[in-house]
Write a protein that binds this ligand. Structure first.
Ligand SMILES: [Zn+2]
Length: 312
């Protein structure tokens, strides 16, 4: 079976703290983040700090997600929220990390090169430690589907963690393309982690004029010109880099379930909002999933533990 996320079923954290810094894509400001090891059952926690002062703290779960227009934001007020968490969450989820404290000097994650690769590198540099407490998984029991115009996304039962993400752009360079596969740490690393954010030149110019996306540049996004060519001199990292990046985004957004899921997630013309809504639809139907302690054997846990997985 394709479940690469901790076959042994024990929780993990990182061995030592590690710091990264880079540009925030929305503010254009320099931001630094530090990953710290954390206790079992503490989950992935983001802490916004200003010097020595803690501004806010959020567990990375769907109930804490505010805005999803341009990126995924934790929190509901700009003075305390933490933006652009999806590429970091994708790296954490794909590597099978359960517990982590992420200290952020600023209001958003650094965009780095627009992919998850720099976060994977940082985590691998410090190493992953296994803890003596069992991990919980969310096993999909029946299909859950949402639709919005031509877009749809659905969870279905599957013996592993599978993503099938298809995009369809009215732009010949992108067109219709899909990435389908079982997610394991090595599959994520080689096939998805390096896929960058992308955008159209006309949108970038509009965003800049509105004072947004100030940190966005050719160093952290693939930019497509009006004549349907890639502006970046280095070109694309994969011919279907667009579908791969959308899959990376979906991995990061579904990480907000608070536990790895066992099932297949399919989406067509989706995005952060569809991913967030699909997760909400799944979580709001207790007959659609069960919380299990091992990936291989059916073993129900108590309702109290179910709540703990997605607790604020
Ligand atoms: Zn993205």
């Amino acid at each position: 079976m394709g479940l690469g996320i901790g076959l042994l079923g024990f929780q993990t954290t990182i061995a030592n703290s590690v710091t990264l810094s880079g540009t925030g894509v929305h503010s254009g400001a320099e931001v630094a983040i530090t990953f710290h090891p954390a206790e079992p059952d503490s989950g992935i926690v983001f802490q916004r700090v200003d010097g020595e002062r803690t501004v806010s703290e959020f567990r990375a779960v769907s109930s804490q997600v505010g805005n999803t227009d341009l990126c995924t934001v934790l929190g509901f007020s700009s003075s305390t929220s933490i933006a652009t968490i999806e590429h970091v969450m994708a790296a954490i989820y794909a590597l099978g990390l359960d517990n982590l404290l992420i200290e952020v000097q600023g209001a958003e994650m650094p965009i780095m090169d627009g992919s998850s690769a720099p976060f994977i590198e940082a985590i691998e540099q410090t190493g992953i430690e296994t803890l003596a407490v069992k991990r919980r998984y969310i096993r999909i029991l029946k299909p859950v589907r949402i639709e919005s115009g031509p877009s749809w996304s659905e969870f279905t039962p599957y013996d592993g963690m599978r993503f099938e993400v298809e995009i369809d752009f009215d732009c010949p360079l992108i067109g219709r393309q899909a990435w389908k596969g079982d997610i394991t740490p090595s599959v994520f690393k080689t096939e998805l982690s390096r896929a960058r954010t992308f955008g159209f030149m006309r949108d970038v110019e509009r965003m800049w004029a509105a004072g947004r996306g100030l940190g966005s540049s050719l160093e952290n996004s693939v930019v497509i010109a009006d004549d349907n060519t890639v502006i970046n001199i280095e070109g694309l990292r994969y011919t279907d880099e667009f579908a791969r990046h959308k899959t990376l985004d979906a991995v990061g957004d579904l990480a907000l379930a608070g536990a790895p899921f066992i099932g297949c997630y399919r989406s067509y013309r989706g995005g952060h909002k569809m991913n967030a809504n699909a997760l909400k639809a799944l979580m709001s139907d207790p007959t659609a999933y069960e919380i299990v302690e091992t990936a291989t054997r059916r073993q129900r846990v108590t309702p109290r533990e179910v709540i703990a997985v997605n607790a604020p």
